[in-house]
Design a protein around this ligand. Structure first.
Ligand SMILES: Cc1cc2nc3c(=O)[nH]c(=O)nc-3n(C[C@H](O)[C@H](O)[C@H](O)COP(=O)(O)OP(=O)(O)OC[C@H]3O[C@@H](n4cnc5c(N)ncnc54)[C@H](O)[C@@H]3O)c2cc1C
Length: 379
């Protein structure tokens, strides 16, 4: 077993680290405060080759692996997981096309992401159906050679800035999993519009909106995969994307540890740096363990995806463990900073607010445990 990265991967990490240091860290606080969408930063990320990593070379992408994508996402998340979420949402929106798209669809849509700065979004969740994907109500009907979409999607990352959407809709809610199909829809279609922008607790540099479909007519060629295959496309997409969330968690944990270590060596109580108190040392040690464990699980899950093994379970371990560990470590970072940690003078309170989302999106921590328990019980 060889845990070393390749020379190309080392170079990719260095590029992403430098980009994060120069372009993200100085701006992250302002973006968090204002909730502005970081288009300029994302433009530079796109120019630097840090976006759309897994798009094959045939469509103008890097042809990188899931592991390559995870390496970049850890670095970017060290600077700001909200900016990382904006970048990752492009990968998420493109993945249904990678999983089940035709060559024509890939040429038409993936090439747009690589030839210009364009965003896309993955539209699965709804006001009344998040964890319960099969409970979605957005309807698709057949009209001659076309399909028509009607319904409302919620919590869509890049919803207000996307050039196209991959959208899940049902022919009949009573058919549950079997009624769901996936479509690719241009944002310029007159039947689709972005709704209100969420005013979020954390990851405020990411754009989260409703996406609403009203008699949205799309051609037959917009179907991604088969009419009864959408649920599988959604699940396969999550299997490929959950390692990214674990990588994001690794970035948040590493930042929590670095900020805490520096502060603990400087801040004195009772005449000594707080790093000399065992209670503080143990929190730092727990963060170091969490970082190492999250990273190992992430890399194993990504490696499995890269082997074509989408058995879900390692991705679920990585996502569940990483998200919970990031929340714990960011909370401990605030604790180590004491009262100062509770103010915006230091970056740790942002880490804590940002980390919370990792336990919610792309399958909550509870849903990961549902998947894991099902596997443990052999169902
Ligand atoms: C900022 C943000 C960005 C997002 N981006 C996207 C996106 O780009 N695209 C997209 O499609 N979605 C996106 N989501 C949606 C996200 O995936 C859902 O919020 C998430 O899946 C949870 O769904 P819900 O909010 O409806 O919660 P619910 O499903 O209503 O869950 C509520 C609570 O019940 C628990 N629960 C539910 N079912 C079970 C069960 N069977 N067993 C045990 N506990 C259970 C949950 O864990 C949770 O604690 C985003 C969400 C947020 C907040």
């Amino acid at each position: 077993m060889d845990f070393r990265l390749t020379e190309e991967q080392d170079a990719l990490v260095q590029t992403a680290r430098e980009f994060t240091r120069k372009d993200i860290i100085p701006k992250a606080g302002h973006l968090d405060e204002t909730g502005e969408f970081p288009r300029d930063i994302l433009k530079r990320a796109w120019e630097t080759g840090l976006m759309n990593i897994e798009i094959p070379e045939a469509y103008g992408g890097l042809g990188g692996s899931c592991l390559d994508n995870c390496l970049v996402q850890e670095e970017v998340s060290f600077g700001c997981s909200g900016i990382n979420t904006s970048m990752a949402a492009n990968s998420l929106g493109a993945t249904p096309l990678l999983v089940a798209g035709t060559d024509d669809q890939k040429k038409q849509y993936l090439t747009r992401l690589t030839s210009e700065l364009m965003f896309c979004a993955y539209c699965c969740s709804e006001p009344d159906a998040g964890s319960d994907v099969a409970g979605m109500r957005t309807r698709v009907t057949r009209h001659g050679d076309d399909y028509v979409l009607n319904g409302q999607k919620r919590w869509i990352t890049n919803g207000g800035v996307a050039g196209f959407y991959t959208v899940f809709a049902t022919f009949d809610p009573a058919m549950k999993h079997k009624g769901i199909a996936c479509f690719v829809v241009d944002a310029s279609n007159p039947g689709v519009k972005a709704g209100r922008k969420e005013n979020k607790m954390g990851q405020r540099a990411s754009n989260t909106t409703d996406v609403i479909f009203e008699d949205c007519k799309i051609p037959k060629t917009a179907l991604v995969g088969t009419e009864d295959g959408g649920f599988k496309v959604a699940m396969k997409t999550f299997d490929r994307s959950r390692p990214w969330i674990a990588a994001t968690a690794a970035g948040v944990i590493r930042r929590s540890l670095e900020e805490s270590r520096a502060y603990a060596l400087e801040r004195k109580t009772f005449g000594v740096p707080i790093a000399q108190h065992q209670a503080i040392q143990f929190m730092l040690a727990e963060m170091a363990i969490a970082y190492e464990s999250t990273r190992l699980l992430t890399h194993k899950a990504a490696w499995q995806v890269d082997q074509g093994d989408l058995s879900a379970i390692t991705s679920a371990y990585a996502k569940a463990y990483g998200a919970d560990a990031a929340m714990r470590c960011a909370t401990d970072a605030v604790q180590i900073f004491g009262g100062y940690g509770y103010t915006k003078e230091y970056p740790v309170e942002k880490l804590m607010r940002d980390a919370k989302l990792l336990q919610i999106y792309e399958g909550t921590s509870q849903i990961q445990r549902v998947v894991i328990a099902r596997n443990v019980l052999g169902r």
